[in-house]
Design a protein. Structure first.
Length: 408
């Protein structure tokens, strides 16, 4: 019996020690039929299995953050009375392992399963289709990891991700919105700390978003408020960027909030327009609420949409984050009191830098900035010291552009 190719000895109780990610190989003296189980039930899963009558081999993954017992039973094929149990004490899995709900900038909600013991992932899209592969550390940036993916055909590998507690921010080759069978590297935010108690939804959020069609893109900037114990959403629908507090009554839209299809999903519907409806989620990121939504707008022309909103704050901290953008690049998003700067590694293996001065586009929204130059392309940004988000202005060549970063 070997673990990772090395012979090992049992302890005094006849059990073997194993870590998540170890590959265990058992070679019996006789042809055998195999079975296995774990305690707690289902706590240990197997990868890279190679099982025949003369060998049992698999990589062990502990799906929990507690130690588990895994038992492999060999029963001689020629004599069912000859049975041998091989018992492994499998140490706890990495606390970062598990499933995260993905909100992707192609307008889809997906599920990302990460396993840091086996350095593997699974991404399951909204149709149930799953792609899986491995990931590894990005040697060029501490705390960043690289997804391996057959979909990534670019010269530079920008399928990357970073983590905070219960949060993943990265880029992945998702299907291009409205273009089946075509993939492009696009940013996402994923969480496994989504709010399930309706009163905890309350807050005012500076929300940036993009609307997508196959050949066109647009941007969206609104302030929204979830109020009255999570039962109502208000949105200021002014053409100018305006806070809820300063919103003219004729432009203040009201939505009812009801429980969604899952415990962490919340449906909204405009009280005056039933087609103006959707679903949103509130993630907890570094102790703060973050508004997230991705899906298809039920109103024609049925845009694919993505929204992210950071909680309103009177402070504008100095922040340094890294993340991806909708052009397939990966790089830095750094804010101080007066400037934004970014260095991006593009998918063609070139690099570019960008610096802009900052101003306030709204006298009543304190955590939103307009990039005022030297570029003639206009962007808006918001950040809370943990997350940073940049969106292109509606008019001009950067409409529908978005960049999302996580603290580094």
């Amino acid at each position: 019996m070997t673990v990772n190719g090395n012979a090992v000895d049992a302890n005094g109780s006849g059990q073997y020690a194993a870590k998540p990610g170890d590959t265990v190989t058992i070679v019996p003296n006789l042809g055998s039929d195999w079975s296995s189980n774990s305690s707690p039930a289902g706590s240990v899963s197997l990868r890279k299995t190679d099982i025949s009558s003369l060998k049992w081999s698999a990589q062990l993954a502990n799906e929990t953050t507690a130690a588990s017992v895994f038992t492999v039973t060999a029963k001689a094929s020629a004599n069912s009375a000859q049975v041998k149990d091989i018992v492994f004490n499998v140490s706890a899995g990495d606390a970062r392992n598990g499933q995260y709900k993905v909100f992707a900038t192609n307008g889809t909600r997906q599920t990302l399963a990460l396993n840091f013991d086996t350095m593997s992932y699974e991404m399951t899209d909204e149709t149930g289709n799953t792609v899986s592969d491995t990931f590894g550390s990005d040697l060029s940036e501490a705390g960043t990891y690289l997804f391996k993916s057959s979909r990534n055909t670019a010269t530079a590998i920008n399928t990357r991700f970073r983590l905070a507690t219960d949060t993943v921010v990265g880029s992945f080759p998702f299907q291009v919105a409205k273009v089946p069978g075509t993939y492009a590297v696009q940013p996402f935010v994923a969480s496994r700390a989504l709010v399930t108690a309706q009163p905890a939804l309350d807050g005012i959020y500076t929300r940036l978003g993009i609307n997508l069609q196959a050949a066109t893109r647009d941007s969206n900037i609104r302030q929204v408020q979830v109020a009255s114990g999570g039962t109502v959403v208000y949105m200021c629908n002014e053409a100018a960027i305006t806070s809820i507090a300063a919103c003219p009554p004729a432009s203040l839209l009201t939505y009812n909030v009801t429980a969604g299809s899952a415990s962490d999903a919340w449906n909204i519907a405009n009280v005056n327009d039933p087609l103006d409806a959707g679903a949103f989620y509130i993630a907890r990121v570094a102790g703060k609420n973050v508004y997230l939504s991705a899906g298809t707008n039920p109103k024609p022309p049925n845009d694919s949409v993505f929204r992210i909103g950071l909680a309103e704050s009177a402070t504008w901290p100095v922040s340094k984050t890294s993340g991806g953008d909708t052009s397939g690049a990966w790089g830095t998003l750094d804010f101080d009191a007066t400037t934004y700067s970014s260095v991006l590694a593009r998918s063609d293996a070139t690099a570019s830098g960008f610096t802009a001065n900052l101003s306030s586009p709204s006298a009543t929204i304190s955590n939103l900035r307009l990039f005022t130059g030297p570029s003639s392309e206009f962007y808006f940004g918001t950040q809370d010291g943990t997350l940073s988000v940049v969106v292109g202005a509606r008019s001009g060549p950067v409409a529908g552009y978005m960049q999302i970063g996580l603290v580094r």
